[in-house]
Design a protein around this ligand. Structure first.
Ligand code: CTP
Length: 401
């Protein structure tokens, strides 16, 4: 199973380096790497546990191979080397032996190590068996308490690996979830985003709702009962799976699906990037506005306002619609109109400027802006297409002084 790794140039380079440093015997391949190799998944990063000054070693190794060095974690002494998009982590062996190190890890599937000659698997908690049975099992409850984010990591692996959570572990997750309130918010967001990035995340989200995980993550006042809208999330994921289109900021989009009116408040609690906050707010707003579209001009105004997020806004509206996909025609029709009419008409703009309106006898004021906007809307709707028609429209609609 590990044979293939022998050919991996990054692994070879790292092992050679550790050998030169006389650390060959006391270093191991650990954690996610071992798990992913046993699962025959593509290896994303190579994790080593090393007995020594890992920060200094990582710096030296990065210099040697012309990679970049990142100080990943000062508390646990983890140095990261990035080279050719591959990341290699040098983590200091916790405790004084590999067994002690593994005993401190989160789940049995992540608590295995392999010697650098790749001959011996060290698997004190039967992680290999759990991998076979597709089970997420904690190493021990104490470890969840030591780092409560591990509660969320369990659901993350449930989503990304499509594994079940072993029963006792699930009970312990429920018992300890409340400890996450003090976990660094960025870490919580990272895990949540990983969960939501999975194409059928609703399955995991459903479980998280049952286990009251969202209540444990977010602080809410009494009046604010969080009721995640799993149906909307599920509908959005179904549509996305049958579509070739992609949504940028996918996790953020799903977050809005799930929390709707509460989304903008809740996302603030997990330190969003400014554009994430904005995106969620715009989507929720679009969700309200889209349902009020009745006339052609409403449609044009909606598109003008939400053009930069049009596809997610339509998908959001459709997923949230109580009639769900049975009202799909309504949203498809807006998209058709956008592509076939709106974009073509947009090329005609501007046909009239503020100064043209002033020269018709209007005082410079807010009204001028409003008239320009009205004309633009009519052009985009295909109602008028040149300056003469615009002037006629203005004369008809607005009384000149
Ligand atoms: N780990 C842990 N507790 C954490 C984070 C990490 O016990 N809160 C241990 C696990 O053994 C894990 C390893 O450190 O396998 C590496 O962690 P990380 O790189 O964050 O995650 P991976 O398990 O590698 O998963 P992925 O690479 O898919 O994110």
């Amino acid at each position: 199973m590990f044979e293939k790794l022998k050919e991996n140039p990054h692994f070879k380079e790292a092992v050679e380096f550790l050998n030169q440093k006389n650390l060959y015997e006391s270093s191991y391949l650990v954690g996610g790497s071992v798990r992913d190799i046993l699962l025959e998944r593509e290896l994303k990063d190579i994790d080593f546990a090393i007995k020594g000054d890992t920060i200094e070693l990582a710096r030296e190794f990065a210099r040697k191979v012309n990679g970049s060095f990142v100080l990943l974690d000062e508390v646990f002494f983890i140095g990261r080397i990035v080279k050719d998009y591959v990341t290699i982590d040098f983590a200091q062996l916790r405790g004084n032996s590999i067994e002690a190190d593994l005993a401190d890890r989160d789940f049995t599937i992540n608590a295995m190590a392999v010697t650098l000659n790749l001959d011996t698997l060290i698997d004190p908690f039967n992680g290999k068996q759990d991998l076979k049975n597709r089970l997420i099992r904690m190493v021990k409850e104490e470890n969840l308490k030591a780092d409560p984010l591990r509660v969320l990591r369990a659901y993350r692996f449930h989503a990304t690996l499509d594994f079940d959570i072993e029963e006792n572990t699930r009970e312990a997750l429920k018992r300890n979830a409340h400890l996450m309130k003090v976990t660094a918010r960025e870490r919580v967001k990272d895990e949540l985003w990983k969960i939501l990035s999975v194409s059928e995340s609703f399955k995991t989200v459903q479980l998280m709702i049952e286990d009251e995980i969202f209540k444990a993550i977010f602080k809410t006042r009494d009046f604010l009962e969080i009721k995640p809208d799993i149906e909307t999330l599920k509908t959005a994921e179904e549509i996305l799976m049958n579509s070739k289109k992609e949504v940028k900021n996918l996790s953020c989009f799903k977050f809005a699906c799930l929390f709707d009116f509460h989304a903008s408040e809740l996302i603030k609690q997990i330190k969003p990037a400014r554009k994430e906050q904005r995106f969620v707010e715009d989507l929720v707003e679009a969700g309200v506005r889209i349902r009020k579209i009745e006339t052609l001009l409403d449609k044009v105004r909606f598109i003008r306002e939400f053009e930069s997020i049009l596809y997610p806004a339509l998908l959001y509206g459709m997923s949230k619609d109580p009639l769900k996909t049975s009202k799909r025609w309504f949203y498809d029709e807006i998209e058709e109109f956008y592509k076939k009419v709106y974009l073509k008409n947009k090329k005609k703009l501007p046909i009239l400027k503020g100064e043209d309106i002033i020269s018709l006898g209007f005082e410079p004021s807010r009204l001028v802006g409003e008239i320009v906007e009205r004309i633009e809307t009519l052009v985009l709707a295909g109602k008028i297409s040149n300056k003469e028609q615009a002037i006629e429209e203005i004369k008809k609609r607005f009384i000149l002084k």
